[in-house]
Design a protein around this ligand. Structure first.
Ligand code: MLT
Length: 262
């Protein structure tokens, strides 16, 4: 079922009485990146996904977003759908949102799944890279930015062996509104770190990364998992930064096993 909540497009699948799981996508993607996971889990879990403000089909507005506003948006969906202690599953930027949401309201959640993400904020070099990306969108347009950024998120094997997925993902990113894409870049650039909270997380946490993820490589993700007491860590083979799309079978099995034991 699709509905609009707080000007965001939200999709729900499955039986509302089952354990809810809320999927938070990465940048610059939309809810469809979870399509394989939701198809696999919907018979046993209540699956909620949405387009983050400014991306996909959600409202773009003026593009003045912050990570805090993204967290408020997430909880507006949880409240409106009356979800009882959902599990949050976030990839990359979705993980930044899920970690900040956990820091703010851990007692309202029952588990956390972090895919290809990090807890630290951008350092100065990282901020300059974001500023350049915003400039690139202004000067050269969104397509040029997407062509220079998104291909590097896939591993080589996906690019050669799953050309359809590779090309359709890039084409979809180009359908975003440039104002929303720049707004998400500003929200990431201005976010603060959640690193000090990691050791205080009591929830069960599943951490998965792609073996060939260049943005959040396995060594970095293992360090993140090591800081969380009740965490499980896994590396998805044959995948870069976009593991739910590149190796859905591995991710599905890991998530299902985790959810069945919390
Ligand atoms: C993402 O995949 O969400 C982004 O690449 C994260 C980032 O740029 O920091």
């Amino acid at each position: 079922m699709q509905k609009v909540i707080n000007s965001m497009v939200v999709h729900t699948q499955g039986n509302k009485n089952n354990q809810p799981i809320v999927f938070v996508h990465g940048f610059p993607f939309d809810n469809s990146m979870w399509h394989n996971q939701i198809n696999f889990l919907k018979d046993n879990f209540y699956c909620v996904s949405y387009d983050i403000r400014g991306l996909g089909e959600s409202y773009v507005g003026d593009g003045q977003y912050t990570m805090e506003a993204f967290v408020d948006d997430l909880f507006s969906i949880i409240t409106e759908l009356n979800l009882n202690k959902p599990v949050l599953c976030g990839l990359s930027m979705g993980g930044y949102i899920a970690l900040r949401a956990t820091e703010k309201y851990e007692q309202k959640l029952s588990g956390l799944i972090l895919l290809d993400t990090k807890a630290d904020s951008d350092d100065d070099d990282g901020k300059l890279v974001r500023a350049n990306k915003i400039n690139q969108i202004n000067v050269e347009g969104l397509d040029s930015f997407v062509d220079s950024f998104v291909p590097g998120l896939f591993c080589d094997e996906t690019k050669t062996e799953n050309v359809k997925l590779y090309e359709s993902t890039i084409a979809k990113c180009k359908q975003n509104n440039p104002i929303g894409v720049k707004g998400a870049l500003i929200a990431m650039l201005s976010r603060t770190s959640t690193i000090n909270y990691l050791s205080r997380i009591k929830l069960p946490v599943l951490v998965i990364t792609g073996a060939f993820d260049k943005l959040t490589p396995p060594v970095q993700m293992r360090e993140l998992a090591d800081k969380i007491k009740n965490s499980e860590f896994a590396i998805a083979p044959r995948a870069g930064h976009l593991i739910p799309l590149e190796n859905p079978g591995f991710v599905n099995d890991m998530i299902k096993g985790f959810l069945e034991n919390i």
